[in-house]
Design a protein around this ligand. Structure first.
Ligand code: ATP
Length: 234
């Protein structure tokens, strides 16, 4: 569904991605893990159209999106849940959700999609009128995911959804991501919580210093001594 080929992204003279290639199949839950500064956020930024590729290709269902403006990436069906949630904290939860459904197709089906995200995250219903900033961290993360779903994407990009959440809430969050995927959504998850990300994903890529250094089935990757040493404190 998504083909990334030889992707290079730089911030001025500082190159952050060095020829990254990656495939995501339709319906898959794929994770990209790696240490701080490995380029995970940069990768997801490029796939969402927010960051420009210096070279390489980003192809969704055979369509080359690489040089299109960000709104085209949305229209093509890619939605991003950014690191740190980035909600409009002074606006109500409902207003935040409505901002997610700005494409014509999403706007036309707003009511229906809202019902669907409430079914997924029931706690949202009683908070619709509350300012988003008054919600707990876990609830805000749910609203951020719900806002992305309001765009009715086909591919959901999640940047560090577990960041700053307590272990119990992290479990709920990953369970929700798994549910979203089980209902048919393709998901690309970027995480520093390697153990949890590997547990919920069907396939994984390991990114280090802007390069893919390993890929495969999570179980096989987790069995490798160098991965255990680097990411699991073994
Ligand atoms: P983290 O988990 O800390 O977000 P990451 O794996 O997502 O790390 P990136 O944020 O993508 O990594 O950073 C990749 C590289 O690009 C790092 O060397 C970082 O310092 C650099 N970088 C990121 N954003 C910028 C920026 N706006 N300007 C300059 N360099 C940047």
């Amino acid at each position: 569904m998504l083909e990334i080929r030889e992707l290079e992204v730089a911030y001025g003279a500082a190159r952050a991605l060095w020829g990254v290639s990656l495939d995501l199949h339709a319906g898959e839950l794929l994770c990209v893990v790696g240490p701080n500064g490995a380029g995970k956020t940069t990768l997801i930024g490029a796939i969402s159209g927010m960051l420009r590729a210096r070279s390489g290709r980003i192809v969704l269902d055979g369509r080359d999106l690489t040089h299109l403006p960000p709104h085209r990436f949305c229209e093509a069906g890619i939605a991003l849940v950014p690191e740190g949630r980035r909600l409009f904290t002074g606006m109500s939860v409902l207003e935040n959700l409505e901002l997610g459904s700005f494409t014509r197709n999403a706007k036309a089906r707003r009511r229906q999609t809202l019902d669907q995200v409430i079914e997924l995250f029931p706690v949202i219903e009683e908070k619709l009128a509350s300012p988003a900033g008054e919600l707990s961290g876990g609830q805000q993360q749910m609203v951020a995911i719900a806002r992305a779903l309001m765009a009715r994407p086909r591919l959901l990009l999640l940047d560090e959804p577990s960041l700053g959440l307590s272990p119990r809430i992290v479990n709920d969050m990953f369970a929700a991501i798994r549910r979203i995927n089980a209902e048919g959504m393709s998901v690309l998850l970027v995480e520093q919580n390697v153990a949890m990300a590997m547990e919920v994903s069907q396939r994984a890529y390991v990114l280090e210093e802007g390069r893919v250094v390993a890929e495969g089935l999570p179980q096989a990757l987790m069995a490798r001594p160098e991965i255990q040493r680097a990411y699991l404190g073994v």
